[in-house]
Design a protein around this ligand. Structure first.
Ligand code: NOJ
Ligand code: CA
Length: 712
């Protein structure tokens, strides 16, 4: 009898016990197995006794020499562990624990007399591993044909995915079973939604999945430096993902020289979706800051001459007269202004006034510099010089005006993906910024890369983004790069990378709209690698009211837009709508003015990818808390406790929530605002609308402030 009871237990443990080398996470929940079978290295990952990754192959295919795929023998194995705490310059919390157990496995390939190291780091919430190529007599330079790292899934999981694409990451996510990726992608390609998928089942990371037995699994990479970006290609019969690196113009995946290493391949796993949001593993797998004096790196809230161009109300270009311009030769002084140019001195001053009046740190101005008449789609090399303002943009006058009002100007460098041109001007452009009081730049890489044939995520361009970032650090400039490669935690090492776009941002709400649940997915995918310049805060959802020729609709309620300042973490937050739209809703705008931008701690209260996220954050340097809840499509009642508040304090909560009849589609501006007294015993429940949510600011109160207010 006893024998039979024990049998299932033994069977469950068996797959793990047979692994030659094993490693446990510090809390014991995660277990890694490693083994070489018939010369081929494999790993497996279990969480609380359940398989997360079934035996999966490791290795790389090399060009013109024996690959690192087989013929291996086990060399040295060593173990390490670390438990340290570090302080990020900005972040979701003021100190981060980096706690892992490590196993370093040396693989010997006697047939070639070469070595390959695989380093595994097991954290409580996931695994990171990478390939290391030590300096050795028989390996100096080599070319990667493909990295063939496998991630064998245990079943046909639910996934939140975007199509593999070498040139854009700006897609809406699809929620489907893994087995549905192929038919859905084929349909999208037919409908021209996916531009350049490289494979019928190729997808981008970070990939978020959920298993039928309630495990949340996230696949991504950390510390992508001098290597090509990883996509994942799915064998949808076996449910095995395999890495697929981004090729360069020659189809090559990477040129490496020893000593070097790959980025970390990361697998975050938990049975509670909130742990995925709370994970700092991706940052922890990056190197500490290389910038010693970080005093010039500051989180900021900004407004900008931007939404009016995105909606089509104004133009980036100064004139409609020139179908083609030559930088340095085109005489703009003789051209007729088109009357729609956004970046005029007068308009910019209005935004500076608005920023000063409402306490914003900065003003971004796009379309200030010459070249926008034919910037896009022409494969133009000398497209912008990043130095010459249009005749109606008084750079010096604006500089002095902003300075007097204590507002910082934010520079804009649209490169139009002419990378050579940007590198050509970079030093001069950064120096020009510093000379004129600009400390941060929003850069952009719209369109196909120049030189022609290169794409947005190969090793070559990854190195360009890094070059731009490091050079900016030399000039003490903060960078917010749009269309650049999806982040992989590099901001730990280069904290001047205060944001990226690198996913579908708010701009698409003016280009036909995004899915109403998009913002319940992004924190589980794009934000795993770092903050996003999502540009929230749209109050007017009917874009035709801004531009009668644009019938786009913002698929979100106004309360949902407020919540994004908390749920979409970024040290750089824009109030993206037009000043006049904020002036129409001054009571709701107050939340955007009040909300913190840098955090002491964050509490992940409720989370389910694709459906809802509720986060509470305590502002650095104050006792204020801010809560954001975003909801997907089904209406839902959010229920939270305020037990994170200090038990000895009383607070006033201002609650900005969807009204009962709010709906992203037909009643987005229906919201309520109420002020109530709360303490750490308070409980809160709130109905949230389709595409809705709520935002709460919680401030410590004096007794006198409480008069006339009800308890929650
Ligand atoms: C795309 C960026 O995402 C957007 O923010 C910017 O306004 C345009 N490119 C023009 O540079
Ligand atoms: Ca973009």
């Amino acid at each position: 009898m006893k024998k039979y009871i024990l049998l299932p237990v033994i069977l469950l443990l068996l797959p793990f016990l047979i692994w030659a080398q094993t490693l446990q996470s510090p809390n014991g929940n995660l277990k890694l197995g490693f083994e070489i079978k018939q010369g081929i290295p494999y790993y497996q990952l279990d969480f609380k006794g359940k398989a997360v990754v079934l035996p999966s192959r490791l290795g790389l295919e090399l060009k013109n020499q024996t690959s690192f795929l087989e013929g291996f023998e086990l060399g040295n194995i060593s173990y390490e562990n670390l438990d340290e705490t570090w302080k990020p310059v900005w972040g979701e919390e003021s100190s981060i624990r980096n706690h892992y157990n490590e196993m370093e496995v040396t693989l010997l390939q006697p047939g070639t007399e070469r070595q390959l190291i695989v380093r595994f780091r097991l954290f409580d919430e996931g695994l990171g591993f990478r390939y290391e190529f030590p300096l050795q007599p028989k390996l100096a330079h080599f070319v990667v044909k493909e990295e063939l790292t496998q991630f064998a899934m245990t079943g046909d999981h639910i996934a939140f995915w975007i199509a593999g694409d070498y040139d854009t990451q700006e897609y809406d996510y699809t929620e489907s079973r893994l087995s549905e990726i192929r038919p859905l992608m084929a349909k999208a390609v037919t409908a021209n939604l996916a531009q350049t998928p490289f494979s019928p089942t190729g997808i981008q990371t970070s990939l978020m999945m959920k298993t039928d037995d309630g495990l949340y699994i996230n696949l991504h990479e950390a510390a992508l430096i001098d290597y090509s970006t990883m996509h994942l290609n799915l064998d949808d019969e076996k449910m095995v993902f395999e890495s697929w690196l981004t090729p360069d113009v020659l189809g090559v995946k990477g040129y490496l020289q020893t000593p070097s290493h790959s980025p970390w391949r990361t697998i975050i796993v938990s049975d509670d979706a909130r742990d995925v949001l709370a994970s700092r593993m991706t940052y922890n797998l990056n190197e500490p800051s290389k910038i010693e004096d970080t005093s010039w790196i500051k989180p900021m809230k900004y407004v900008g001459v931007w939404w009016e161009m995105i909606t089509g109300k104004s133009s980036w270009s100064y004139t409609d007269e020139f179908p083609a311009v030559r930088i340095g030769e085109t005489d703009y002084s003789k051209a007729k202004p088109n009357g729609r140019h956004g970046a005029t001195t007068e308009n910019v001053k209005k935004y500076i006034d608005f920023a000063a009046e409402h306490g914003f740190d900065g003003v971004l101005v796009e379309g200030w510099n010459v070249g926008w008449e034919d910037w896009f789609g022409n494969s133009k090399d000398f497209v912008f010089d990043f130095l010459t303002p249009y005749p109606d943009f008084d750079l010096v006058g604006i500089r002095e005006y902003a300075k007097n009002k204590d507002v910082e100007m934010v520079m804009h460098h649209e490169t139009s993906s002419s990378v050579r041109n940007y590198e050509r001007f970079m030093d001069e452009a950064y120096k020009f910024m510093k000379d004129n009081g600009y400390n941060s730049v929003k850069s952009g890489y719209v369109g196909f890369i120049l030189p022609r044939g290169e794409n947005h995520y190969s090793q070559w361009i990854v190195n360009h983004y890094q070059y731009a970032l490091e050079k900016a650090a030399d000039y003490q400039i903060m960078v917010n790069a749009h269309e650049a490669v999806r982040p992989t935690g590099i901001a730990r090492t280069w904290p001047n990378l205060i944001a990226n776009e690198s996913a579908r941002g708010t701009e698409y709400q003016a280009f036909g709209g995004s899915k109403p649940n998009h913002v319940t997915v992004l924190p589980f995918t794009r934000l795993i690698g770092g903050p996003m310049d999502y540009t929230p805060g749209i109050f007017e959802m009917d874009i035709s009211k801004i531009n009668p020729d644009n019938d786009s609709w913002v698929n979100s309620t106004l309360a949902n837009q407020l919540a994004l300042y908390v749920t979409m973490y970024s040290p750089l937050q824009m109030a993206a709508d037009l000043p006049e739209n904020y002036e129409r809703f001054p009571d709701a705008f107050q939340f955007i003015k009040d909300v913190g931008i840098d955090w002491e701690e964050s509490k992940y209260l409720e989370a389910e990818p694709g459906y809802y996220i509720t986060i509470a954050r305590k502002e650095k340097g104050s006792n204020n808390w801010f809560i954001g809840n975003v909801n997907g499509v089904p209406p839902r009642t959010s229920m939270i406790s305020f037990d994170f508040l200090d038990p000895d304090k009383t607070y006033i909560a201002t609650i900005y929530a969807d009204a009962k009849d709010a709906h992203y589609r037909n009643n987005p501006q229906a919201y309520t605002i109420r002020r109530v007294v709360v303490n750490n015993k308070s409980k809160f429940s709130q109905l949230t609308a389709p595409g809705g949510g709520y935002a709460i600011s919680i401030k410590e109160a004096d007794k006198a402030d409480l008069k006339g207010l009800k308890k929650l």
